[in-house]
Ligand binder design. Sequence first.
Ligand SMILES: [Mn+2]
Length: 375
Amino acid sequence: MKFIHLADLHLGKIIYQNNLLDIQIDLLNQVMNYMVQKKIDTLVIAGDVYDRAIASKESIVALNHFLEAMILHYHKKVLIISGNHDSSERLDFASSLLQSQGLYIVSYPEKEIRPIEIEGVYFYLVPFFKPSYIRYLYEKDDLKTYQDAFAYYLSQQTFVEDHPKVLVTHQFIAGNKEVIRSESEVILSVGGSEIIDVDLCKDFDYVALGHIHASQKIKYDYVRYAGSLMKYSFDEVHQKKGMVEVTIDETGVSTQIIPLKPQKDLVKVVGKYEDVLHYPNNENDFVAVELLDKQVIGHAYDFLKEKYPYLLQITYQSLEKLKTNQTASSLDVEKQSPIEIFKEFYEKMKGEAMSQESEEIIQQLLEEVSEDDAH
Ligand SMILES: [Mn+2]
């Protein structure tokens, strides 16, 4: 059988005041057309359907239209889990209503997963969860980390042995190599590690991941992040976005990335002001211009905006470098004595030099602190 794996749609996302919904709808239609054309009957969406917990009305309407066309018109099956950006309650709404038609939405981890069998392949849907949810679900107070909770959750399940099985999840699964991250992702765990070892899911035939926005495999060919539907931050400009076409048959599992073409792309244009003004392309794209000029050009924004109507950002490479140098020079603090650093800080904050009296107090405090340290 074949299915399409998508993730991180982030419907209704806004970048620099531009709502991306129309572009996203067009991309979803590209997915639908491809599936119709290739007679692929199952779509898996591995979380972050909406960009925010309180999704805009337009993005809810857009998703409804898409699902209606997919399920009622084309009789496709759609499997969805919620991600860390989705509100589980909102995604859960009416989820049991359309199961008979082929829409499966799981927004809370089930105590015992009920797999969905399609053409002999078993799909296990595991929506995003925090360790606290698993502690509550099984009354196990000792599950502290994401890794603990995920391992325990899987250990409580029974999986089919004699059929291919697919895990769909939205956790930060990582292997021995560094995962390519982007600014548009949100960190799952504040303090503590959110990382889960990929080897916990190595017994599946395919693992459909969501959360990380760069399309990539994790240690194994059959463990994949689909990546986001389109580029959502300027550090993603060199990433290729698309959907994963997964084939499972007697010979095993194979994947193929099918590129998606957004009506407007996110691009970075680099060069000297005079050159950038005359580059031939990208008039219709969301553009970040990085200027190589040594000096700041007055009115650059206005002129560049005429050339690139969707100009979102201008930066200067030389200024960026300067910033880095400043940070480097502030490392000199290591060579200064604590009282010198304190005096400098005081002067910066108060706009005047520290009085002799204050200096003595600080000096005394510093000595007390360093005595404490010595113990
Ligand atoms: Mn995401």
